[in-house]
Design a protein around this ligand. Structure first.
Ligand SMILES: NC(=O)c1ccc[n+]([C@@H]2O[C@H](COP(=O)([O-])OP(=O)(O)OC[C@H]3O[C@@H](n4cnc5c(N)ncnc54)[C@H](OP(=O)(O)O)[C@@H]3O)[C@@H](O)[C@H]2O)c1
Length: 334
């Protein structure tokens, strides 16, 4: 049996997660029992929601007990199988945890279809971040061609796909991101019509006004707080505000009080949150659409790849410092 290297959560972070919150632990991988498969982890997805799992009983999932392995999803290769329908060499998607060699029941594994895209596509533009952008824009945001769309954290995993879906659907898109390099990526590679560097703008609401001179029909919000407030000031009649995430508030000592809700009322607008898991039964629909756009070349993808399991805690901290460009993943094995 190979060794299974794991990362255990051993202390709760006070702010941004740090490698010191985790301890490395090595145990022999567990031989698969009936119905199970032994896997080798290839990629782990690093997501802002993981920070909330590190706290005690907050967020939309139970906090991870101290001393237990960190949760996390990704893609793995089947090494040995006693699970019907899975053979060595198959590539699967699952809640793997931060470990190199998980042993998991077959009912929790989903085989990935390489005719839709590569392994890197499955962790990126066919992965859950991309699926989040798809349902957030379409089902919650009721995206229509010609909409004036604004996306925050536009250079990130969810944001880069949201910008591109809106652009592909014939919308006018502006993206908000931190720093000149990210804005060049949003306005260049992603094809947004305008990019706003919120870190360089003393008055974000005014900057949004310049970038979206006709206002906003759909705001796809990844950050919450003052950015959401500034966007609300520019809503057009019938606007939709999609609450996808609120990363600016995750670590805030005091929640930011939104001031511009009157603008939502004046616009006869609506604001709605969602969780991608609500759409579990429709992931295939999103993936078919996204894969077709990958094939025709209209959907691009920037993966920010960190090498080795030990980098997973480093990566989680990077999300909260804005140090990632694109979808952040850890390559555990090639
Ligand atoms: N609803 C759902 O089911 C669902 C599913 C997945 C993700 N999400 C949410 O979607 C959002 C994006 O997730 P992701 O995985 O794609 O992460 P990401 O955008 O790739 O990375 C996070 C980005 O957030 C920005 N950021 C960090 N701190 C900030 C702050 N204080 N103020 C403003 N921006 C800040 C940084 O970009 P800049 O450098 O541009 O600031 C950073 O790169 C998160 O809020 C996440 O929780 C929701």
């Amino acid at each position: 049996m190979p060794n299974n290297h794991r990362l255990l959560l051993t202390t709760r972070p006070a702010g941004i997660p740090r490698p010191a919150n985790f301890t490395t632990d090595t145990v022999p991988a567990r031989a698969p029992g009936p119905g199970e498969a032994l896997l080798e982890t290839r990629y782990l997805s690093i997501d802002p929601a993981m920070r909330s799992w590190m706290s005690e009983g907050t967020g939309y999932q139970q906090g991870i007990p101290l001393g237990e392995m960190m949760r996390g999803g990704g893609i793995a290769r089947v090494v040995e199988s006693r699970a019907e329908g899975f053979a060595p060499g198959d590539l699967v998607q699952a809640r793997l945890g931060w470990q190199t060699h998980p042993t998991i029941a077959g009912r929790y594994l989903q085989k990935i279809d390489l005719s839709l895209g590569s392994v890197e596509d499955w962790i990126g533009p066919l992965g859950l971040s991309a699926v989040t952008a798809y349902f957030g824009l379409r089902d919650i945001g009721a995206l229509r061609p010609g909409d004036r769309v604004l996306v925050s954290a536009a250079a990130g995993g969810v944001g880069q796909i949201a910008v591109q879906i809106a652009r592909i659907e014939g919308c006018r898109v502006a993206g908000i991101a931190g720093g000149a390099a990210k804005c060049a990526f949003v306005g260049g590679e992603l094809g947004a019509h305008a990019a706003i560097d919120y870190k360089a703008e003393p008055d974000l609401a005014a900057a949004i006004g310049r970038a979206c001179p006709e206002g906003i029909d759909l705001y796809f919000d990844n950050v919450g707080g003052p950015t959401l407030d500034a966007a609300l000031a520019h809503l057009r009649a019938g606007a939709r505000v999609v609450l996808c995430g609120r990363i600016s508030q995750t670590l805030a000592a005091e929640p930011y009080g939104i001031r511009n809700l009157n603008r939502l009322a004046a616009a006869h607008g609506r604001m709605q949150g969602f969780l991608v898991f609500d759409y579990h039964d429709r992931y295939d629909e999103a993936r078919a659409w996204l894969a077709a756009r990958r094939r025709d070349g209209s959907l691009r993808q920037k993966l920010h790849v960190l090498e080795g399991l030990a980098q997973a805690p480093v990566g989680l901290g990077m999300l909260f410092r804005g140090e990632n460009t694109g979808k952040l993943v850890v390559r555990v094995a090639s």
